[in-house]
Design a protein around this ligand. Structure first.
Ligand code: FAE
Length: 550
């Protein structure tokens, strides 16, 4: 088995370290271990306090970069992830369940799924009852906004659409005026893209395949409106996708798999950064452990408390950790919660007043259009979007709208979009309830309405030019055309240069860093993970040179 796995991995030109890491992940999964490292096969008795020079919270984009670069620098590092490792197959032989037949693996401790598209023809046919389990997709609810996030080793990479977009340099500079954009675009964005395995669809195949008919129809309607579309790179292996279409590889993107995980084809972080991090031999990942508190001892070391949970969600152990260097990569929600709790409970009282502020949805709005009978979108649709309508340069109403699939296996004449609008609205989190308290988000429905109005302006033009209308049946009841009450792109809460210095070092405390989406001030104009990864690369390059010298 190992030989065939190695052959597959070599084919994808992985490094020796990635291969070692993949073997460690495979071994841990096969043995049901929650501690993953090169030594994970040997029994390790945990100490009362687990000490490591560096601890990384979370295993999404920012944390995976931190783990790899720390491991390469020879620094022993523990990664603590609240979700599970996703690489051992269930009884159906698959690691992840499909969107069409969701089961307990789909969502984080739910008894019913909460898919973004709730209904079809207003019918409650999308969501299903499931049993509670540490599933891969979570939807975190606040008063007027809910936030989708990935849970597991690999964070959001496990559930996202893989779109790997580098923002416009001018908009990046607008959002990050203190960051050297030339250096970002010459060094850190290319580094991030290369590590993530970004590739692009073969244009000839795109033009001919039934699987992207839905994109070509939307492109035609955009062109009829005088709008331009652009190809969007992805981390899904398009070679694999073409083999899926040809019937020579097991279908994943072409089998409706995405938000509850892809069984094949997608280069998730556990196959890229995290595999390489484990391969250094210096990184161990602890799964199913949620960090609940951070503080600092008088000698300057950071102390962490974590709850280890079992598959029912019951806390089975409270663990204590200590480290010299603490990297927070729990995502916009996870990191902001830990820092706000630390500030508000007095554990880290010197944290800056701006922690918890500058949060936005990246202007996300989802919507559907109803096409004419002759404009079929195809029963067969790839789940990986590859085309976007780019009207960002329209200063009166900047919008970048990705053309999203709606793979039902039936012709439905729906064109679906996730619009990223330049919504300037920002909100703050507040924290109450002492050490066991939780976050509240001050985002209002009126702030969402700004995104919806911008999307409407663009799509009214498209509907007018094509004599088409919106779909009102897709987002539950009451009828509405725009889903502006959820986001896939939570950004901010610990904004670079405000709550941190210009490199993610948290103000008020040394050797404490933020490396994730909470650094981005609410909007980046495109899908955000390439930016988050590149910023984390920049932070690690600086920190390892300046902060870890003996
Ligand atoms: P993230 O990837 O969310 O990782 C944070 C990790 O930390 C998670 O694994 C958490 O379980 C873990 N964690 C949080 N709190 C704790 C704690 N207290 N203790 C232990 N562990 C903790 O963070 N972006 C794109 O660029 N392209 C796309 O196509 C795209 N599609 C998306 C589709 C969906 C359905 C979703 C949900 C998101 C999508 N995104 C997409 C957004 C993207 O996945 C997201 O911006 C990044 O994952 C954020 O990266 P972070 O490193 O900030």
């Amino acid at each position: 088995m190992l030989r065939s796995m190695n052959a597959q991995l070599m084919q994808r030109q992985l490094t020796r370290r990635q291969i070692l890491g993949m073997v460690a992940l495979q071994t841990a999964a096969a043995s049901g271990l929650t501690r993953i490292g090169l030594q994970s096969a040997t029994a390790q008795e945990p100490a009362a306090v687990d000490n490591a020079p560096a601890i990384v919270v979370g295993s999404g984009y920012g944390s995976s970069v931190a783990a790899l670069r720390l491991g390469q620098a020879g620094i022993r590092t523990i990664v603590i992830e609240m979700g599970r490792l996703w690489n051992s197959p269930g009884p159906d032989g698959k690691v992840f369940c499909s969107t069409a037949a969701p089961d307990h693996r789909s969502m984080w401790f739910r008894t019913r799924t909460e898919a973004p598209l709730a209904t079809f023809l207003w019918l409650d046919v999308v969501n299903k009852d499931i049993s509670a389990y540490p599933g891969v997709l979570d939807r975190v609810h606040f008063a007027n906004m809910s936030v989708y996030v990935g849970r597991g080793v690999g964070g959001g990479s496990l559930v996202n659409g893989g779109m790997a977009v580098t923002p416009l340099k001018s908009y990046f500079s607008e959002q990050f005026p203190t960051v050297d954009a030339d250096e970002m675009y010459s060094t850190y964005f290319p580094r991030a893209r290369s590590m993530l395995g970004v590739n692009t669809v073969d244009p000839a195949w795109f033009e001919s395949t039934e699987w992207y008919r839905f994109s070509r129809i939307s492109r035609k309607h955009a062109a009829n409106t005088g709008l331009k579309t652009t190809f969007v790179p992805n981390v899904y292996d398009f070679g694999h996708m073409q083999r899926e279409a040809a019937g020579t590889a097991t279908k994943s993107a072409l089998a409706g798999e995405v938000v509850y995980g892809n069984n094949h084809g997608k280069r998730t972080l556990d196959k890229t950064y995290l595999a390489a991090a484990l391969g250094t031999g210096n990184v161990t990942i602890h799964t199913l452990e949620r960090v609940t508190a951070i503080s600092r001892a008088t000698d300057g070391t950071y102390q962490l408390t974590a709850q280890r949970i079992d598959d029912t969600g019951t806390a089975v152990e409270t663990k204590q950790y200590a480290c010299t260097y603490l990297f927070l990569g729990g995502g916009s929600l996870g990191t902001t919660e830990l820092l706000l709790r630390a500030r508000e409970t007095g554990a880290l009282p010197a944290l800056d007043a701006s922690v918890g502020t500058g949060w936005g949805t990246n202007g996300n709005v989802m919507l559907g259009r109803a096409n004419h009978l002759w404009d079929t979108v195809g029963a067969n649709q790839s789940t990986m979007p590859v085309l976007g309508i780019d009207d960002w340069a329209n200063t009166a109403n900047p919008v970048f709208a990705e053309i999203a699939p709606l793979p039902t296996g039936l012709e439905h004449w729906v064109s679906l979009y996730l619009a990223i609008t330049k919504n300037p609205e920002r909100a703050s989190f507040s924290y109450s309830g002492g050490s066991g308290g939780s976050l509240a988000l001050g985002w209002t429905a009126a702030q969402s309405a700004v995104s919806a109005a911008m999307a409407k302006k663009l799509f009214d033009r498209i509907n007018r030019a094509n004599a088409t209308i919106y779909r009102y049946d897709l987002f539950g009841s009451p009828s509405r055309a725009f889903a502006d009450d959820f986001t896939y792109h939570p950004l901010g809460g610990c904004v670079l240069g405000r709550a941190t210095d210009n490199y993610g070092r948290v103000k008020g405390y040394s050797k404490l860093y933020v490396t994730d989406g909470s650094l981005v001030p609410g909007s980046i104009g495109v899908n955000p993970f390439v930016t988050i990864t590149a910023l984390a690369e920049r932070t690690m390059a600086r920190v390892l040179v300046e902060d870890t010298a003996p």
